[in-house]
Design a binder for this molecule. Structure first.
Ligand code: ADP
Ligand code: ZN
Length: 741
């Protein structure tokens, strides 16, 4: 007899997976169902990952005991989404399921928190009440308190354990009853949100909102929308009103933001606007406790929370009847998950909107080229907002050539150009505020000549070669080309070609010397370790208790400080010359976003960019606020070298504490992949990662390229299955990789 079996992910930290037979008496057992199972000689619980014919084994499978709840926890649409994700990214369904059902939801330990409440059943008459007052004064007090609290009060509020006996007596007499009530663990319970009302939209916002709310024609599905609006054009207000519209119609809404802790202002705006519906808003992020996550997740599943704001993984929130999905700052890298399953939250959002037949809006001041290209192809609708609200002008951007500064400041490390220093003095004197920004990416460094700015590049791939100090080599991390480090600059012949670099700490030291009167704060991962440190520092800045902020990427996003009139970008080259074909795009985005922090109030803003390569397109187009111009030339470059969005690039990597094992395993995989390599797949050579060692593990990697992501993933997944790595080597496959370190 053909018997069905279930693959079950066992609850618990070790995340074991075992097969179980499905007894006929259990009826239908679906993927995503919670089950009770025998495990060794005890009972346990788990989640069904897969259902199918029993595997061929020479022992009999043990049967499932029972279903914990008959309904699977995952909606059919989310299940479809998971299947697609598994195929597209070449990730086993088992790992996808872990993303669909967060651990806190899979485990019973975090089930609902309850509290005891005392409910008034009937009030004794005057006479009985008097008697009670004399004989059992405590019971009398309790009764009056319950009555005063509109007939219901928590046991804790009455005094907890000390009154239990009296309450029990009252219950026996039929005056009150003791009940259990679920309490929500509300992560924001200590915060108050003042309700805000919708603003009157300007003409551009009005056009955008109308288009977003337009119903598709009969039988057609609505195309995804890219809302390309300059910084400060009022995109968030458009999202808020679009969400309002769908919620008014009884639908639910999902808002993805890059990272909750870095976008506190956006979250606050949503919470405030929907303050009247507070119980219907859920916020999902990585700092929730397991219990809070459990509660929020189930509130969403039961339809109690209709508006969900969250980071990447919130895309799997079990919302029903979705009306709209918003992906704010859709170009952000943080939407890509850097552990398995390595999905891209934005791409999954587009697919989910398609499956749910709902509206999706991707918003950005600097859209990713992938998304922009989709508007050019007509797959997405493009909406533009070109003006800042309230007629604020875009800031003036000046570019300082640090080669000239380096000559002027002979021998000293040129951190601050004269122009930036003079501008800072002027603004600070007026009581205005300054942000200094340093893009710091520690390890992967290119070789740049300080006198002339020349950067050594790979002639095949047009990306900077990475300097490996150990053996003085320059390596191309796309194709594997290698060369010896030159001892003088190939362009100008100067011997000063060498690494240049300084961090935020050094900058702080210099700035404190130059501006001894100013109040200065530094924001980077080192100084912001303490919980709420970022929130507190930003609050101080807002209250004008800080004059100058020196920060890394952490301050580039979504901040709105009307009194900031000057932004300095200290070394724009740091992000530009890294071995990544997206380096230019990132630099353009970063400059535009950081510049967008200046001049958001009445006062005009100014931006000073310091760079050794002032003519680089990412800097020049950003300077002229010309996204379209930038996108056009960048797309041309991508097309010419066969990079995304025209192809899909994936990374295959190995990691091990034994360097040789990591290397050997990848070489072996490379050989196997090469043996039957389909014609449409291009493969590079195995080589050490630019970040050669991290967390005690050596890293090797190779790049793959193809027109078909699925084809590539399926091919690699098949070879990986046939070539299991040694115990002490981890293999990583990253489709549509966003980071090549
Ligand atoms: P973006 O998200 O495009 O950067 P925001 O939505 O943050 O822009 O808007 C910038 C500022 O302008 C916010 O303080 C916002 O409250 C305000 N704002 C947005 N729309 C309007 C409007 N129609 N009228 C007045 N102020 C607005
Ligand atoms: Zn190359």
């Amino acid at each position: 007899m053909e018997m069905n079996a279930a693959k079950v992910l066992i609850d618990g930290p070790s995340e074991l997976v075992f097969d179980y037979a499905i007894p006929e008496s259990l009826g239908e057992v679906a993927v995503g169902c919670r089950v009770r199972i025998p495990l060794r000689n005890r009972n346990s619980t788990g989640t069904v990952l897969e259902v199918g014919p029993a595997p061929q084994t020479n022992f009999t499978l043990r049967p499932l005991h029972s279903l914990i709840d008959p309904e699977p926890l995952i909606t059919p649409n989310l299940m479809k989404l998971g299947k697609w994700l598994s195929e597209y990214y070449g990730t086993p369904m088992e790992q996808v399921m872990r993303a669909l059902l967060p651990e806190s939801v899979r485990q019973d330990a975090h089930s609902e928190k309850t509290r005891k409440v005392v409910v008034l059943e009937s009030m004794p008459d005057e006479e009985a009440l008097e008697k009670l007052k004399k004989r059992a004064p405590k019971q009398h007090v309790i009764l009056t308190l319950v009555k005063a609290a509109a007939g219901q009060i928590s046991l804790a509020d009455l005094g907890g354990g000390s009154v239990t006996a009296s309450v029990k007596s009252l219950e026996k007499k039929g005056f009150v009853s003791l009940k259990s009530e679920a309490v929500r663990r509300d992560p924001d319970q200590d915060q108050e949100f003042m309700e805000t009302s919708p603003l009157k939209l300007n003409a551009e916002q009005e056009v955008a909102l109308t288009e977003i709310l337009k119903e598709p024609k009969e039988g057609e599905t609505k195309k995804p929308i890219l809302l390309h609006g300059v910084t400060g054009s009022g995109k968030t207000e458009v999202y808020l009103q679009a969400v309002q519209h769908h919620v008014d119609q009884g639908k639910s809404a999902l808002i993805l933001v890059p990272e909750i802790s870095l976008t506190p202002q956006t979250v606050q705006r949503f919470k405030s606007r929907f303050a009247a519906l507070q119980d219907q808003v859920a916020v999902l992020h990585s700092h929730l406790s397991q219990g809070e996550r459990f509660d929020e997740w189930h509130r969403i599943r039961k339809g109690e929370a209709k508006i969900v704001i969250g980071a990447r993984s919130a895309i799997f929130a079990p919302l029903k009847n979705l009306g709209i999905i918003v992906v704010d700052e859709e170009h952000e890298n943080t939407y890509k998950q850097e552990t398995s399953p390595r999905y891209h939250g934005r791409d999954i959002a587009v697919l989910r909107a398609h499956l749910e037949s709902c509206c999706i809006v991707l918003g950005s001041a600097t859209p990713s080229l992938e998304t922009y290209q989709n508007t050019l192809k007509g797959k997405y609708t493009l909406l533009n907002m070109t003006q800042r609200v309230d007629n604020q002008t875009m800031p003036i951007i000046r570019v300082m050539d640090m080669k000239i500064e380096a000559q002027k400041q002979k021998g000293r490390l040129a951190i601050l150009s004269d122009k930036l220093r003079v501008s800072m003095e002027a603004k600070l004197k007026e009581g205005e505020q300054v942000i200094l920004f340093l893009n710091r990416r520690g390890f992967a460094r290119a070789l740049q000549c300080p006198p002339c700015g020349h950067v050594c590049e790979c002639q095949h791939c047009a990306i900077p070669l990475t300097y490996h100090r150990g053996d003085e080599r320059l390596i191309c991390h796309m194709c594997g080309y290698q060369t010896i480090t030159p001892n003088k600059c190939p362009a100008c012949g100067d011997k000063a070609i060498k690494l240049q670099g300084y961090g935020t700490e050094k900058v702080e030291e210099v700035i404190r010397k130059v501006f001894p009167q100013s109040r200065i704060a530094r924001i980077d991962t080192d100084t912001m370790r303490r919980k709420n440190a970022l929130r507190d520092t930003l609050a101080k800045f807002k209250a004008k208790k800080i004059d100058i902020i020196i920060g890394t990427q952490m301050i580039a996003k979504g901040l709105h400080f009307p009194n900031v009139t000057l932004v300095g970008i200290l070394n724009a080259d740091l992000g530009l010359h890294v071995p990544d074909f997206r380096a230019g795009e990132r630099t353009f985005q970063l400059i535009t976003q950081v510049a967008g922090r200046a001049g958001r109030g009445e006062l005009e803003g100014e931006v000073v960019i310091q760079t050794f390569t002032p003519h680089s397109p990412s800097i020049q187009f950003a300077r002229h606020h010309d996204y379209v111009g930038y996108a056009e030339q960048e797309l041309q470059f991508r097309g010419q070298f066969g990079y995304p969005p025209f192809t899909h690039v994936a990374m295959l990597g190995t990691r091990s504490t034994h360097e040789r094992r990591a290397e050997f395993t990848l070489q072996n995989l490379h050989k196997r992949l090469k043996a039957n390599l389909p014609a449409q797949i291009e493969m590079g050579e195995p080589m050490p990662s630019p970040l050669t060692k991290a967390h005690g593990q050596y890293r090797y990697q190779l790049m793959l390229k193809s027109n078909s992501a699925r084809g590539l993933s399926q091919y690699v997944a098949r070879v990986l299955k046939q070539t299991p790595p040694p115990e002490d080597v981890i293999v990583v496959f990253d489709m549509d990789a966003m980071s090549f370190f």
